[in-house]
Design a protein around this ligand. Structure first.
Ligand code: FCB
Length: 467
């Protein structure tokens, strides 16, 4: 691993903070969604999660001890700017000041995501991302955050995984705000794109000292068979999953719908509204591109009779003209996601080939795996499968000259959206009753990698390869 390669951890406000109605915070879409029956697998809510709002010092001590290079976290819009508009909440500024200053004092780079899915509820009630005004409200939020923290934040990420917001939140309804508009969700794409561009301008106008980018989740796509129908379905999936946001942001042009995409006309898909006068702001040059990678996708034509998606099953998926097939050749995580580290290299190759000079430096802003970790009788948590997962993926990332960073999802087991507390991704175990933290073997592995790098006596090969 190059000495300057950043090895960090990532989290999101709604998944860790808790303190949902304290110190002036108002509800977000996720508080509202989780309160509806049947939305969260174990019936849990984001009211407490890991309680990081009150336990930040404990987590910081563990981070310092593990020699984490960088911590990526998100700002709760509903905490910093209650109801999504108006003056900033001084208590929220005080909390994030404490987080940022604490990280800096521990030698850890603060990386801030402005939007990690938790839209303020009043904005959603007025239409959320289906409404252009939400993008303008977001620019105000970005500006306020930039003014409060812009002197100290190392990297700014405008949006996290807008693709997931569109697919899970607006098309399929398995995530907040729970809308199942299928391809009708495409109208929200333009507004998320605009929100990103306006936020870039707002941060630069402050100006903030740190670098600015966007994060999306990408997946290498392959057809399940050589049949033309499967190939067309795979191309359509590639369009919605990989190109819908990256083409406008990186190339300044609409992602083009695959010619003659089957079944789409039936669903009433209208081609993306032209980027028009928003084109320039949407495609501002960025300092880095944040890439989240978890698994590859094998796609077949025709709907899935079980309505299966990687984030949960839903009736809506039964109306979509493609389905995800299994990878019998790969092991899977607790989420049933295939483990395929080589596909990360395939993904990077694909981005380099498609975007060329328009592709900024890459940071892998998330990667990780869930397993059903338990505290053993001796009080330890052995998550050898996670060590293996991380070691293989980090090895691929760190070997690529285009890639500057890898952020492990995540540090402490947290509230995994619609899966509630059923999926543990952390290097530190969370007891969801007592909120006690227990470092797992992956935590010790991470620290050993960082210790070896600090001593500079070993290269990547001997530090991150699984034993
Ligand atoms: C990503 C999300 C993150 C977390 C991981 C497992 O899609 O950005 O919040 O849920 O998946």
């Amino acid at each position: 691993m190059r000495p300057e390669f950043v090895f960090g951890v990532a989290s999101a406000a709604a998944q860790i903070e808790g303190a949902a109605d304290e110190d002036g915070r108002t509800p977000s879409t996720w508080d509202i969604f989780a309160a509806l029956p049947g939305t969260i697998r174990d019936g849990s809510t984001p009211a407490v999660t890991t309680d990081a709002y009150h336990r930040f010092d404990e987590d910081l001590a563990l981070m310092r001890e593990a020699r984490i290079d960088a911590s990526r976290f998100s700002l709760s819009w509903s905490r910093l700017m209650p109801d999504g508009r108006g003056p900033v909440n001084r208590k929220a500024v005080a909390y994030y000041d404490r987080v940022i200053d604490g990280l800096l004092e521990a030698g850890i780079r603060p990386v801030v995501t402005l939007f990690h899915w938790d839209t303020p509820a009043p904005l959603e009630e007025r239409g959320g991302w289906l409404r252009r005004d939400t993008a303008k409200r977001f620019a105000d939020f970005a500006s306020a955050a930039g003014q409060a923290f812009g002197d100290r934040v190392a990297d700014w990420i405008t949006l996290n995984e807008p693709t997931t917001v569109i697919l899970d939140g607006y098309a399929l309804g398995v995530h907040a705000p729970g809308r199942a508009k299928l391809f009708g969700a495409i109208r929200a794409v333009r507004h998320l794109l605009l929100a990103h561009g306006l936020a870039v301008d707002a941060l630069r106008a402050v100006p903030v000292a740190g670098r600015i980018g966007i994060t999306n989740v990408h997946t290498p796509v392959e057809p399940a068979s050589p049949s033309p129908d499967d190939a067309a379905a795979a191309d359509l999936f590639d369009f919605v999953h990989n190109r819908l946001f990256a083409d406008p942001v990186l190339l300044g042009r609409d992602a083009e719908l695959p010619y003659g995409a089957k079944g789409v006309e039936r669903l009433g898909l209208r081609i993306l509204s032209r980027l028009g006068r928003d084109r320039a702001v949407i495609s501002r040059p960025l300092d880095f591109y944040g890439l989240n990678y978890y698994f590859p996708s094998r796609i077949a034509a025709g709907a899935d009779p079980h309505g299966h998606t990687p984030d949960g099953d839903t009736e809506a998926m039964k109306d979509v003209p493609f389905r995800l097939e299994k990878y019998p050749e790969h092991p899977v995580t607790g989420f049933d996601w295939p483990i395929a580290p080589d596909s990360l290299g395939v993904l990077i190759d694909g981005l380099v080939a498609r975007y060329g000079d328009r592709l900024p430096r890459i940071q892998i802003t998330e990667g990780g795996a869930s397993f059903p970790d338990e505290v053993g009788p001796d009080g330890t948590v052995d998550d050898a499968a996670r060590v293996d997962y991380l070691a293989r993926h980090v090895a691929v990332a760190a070997a690529r000259p285009e890639v500057d960073a890898y952020f492990v999802w995540t540090f402490v087991d947290n509230w995994e959206w619609a899966a509630g507390f059923t999926q543990r991704f952390g290097m530190v175990h969370l007891d969801t009753e007592t909120l006690a933290r227990t470092p797992k073997s992956s935590y010790r592995w991470f620290r050993a990698v960082q210790d070896a790098r600090a001593r500079q006596d070993v290269g990547l090969e001997s530090t991150v390869q699984p034993s």
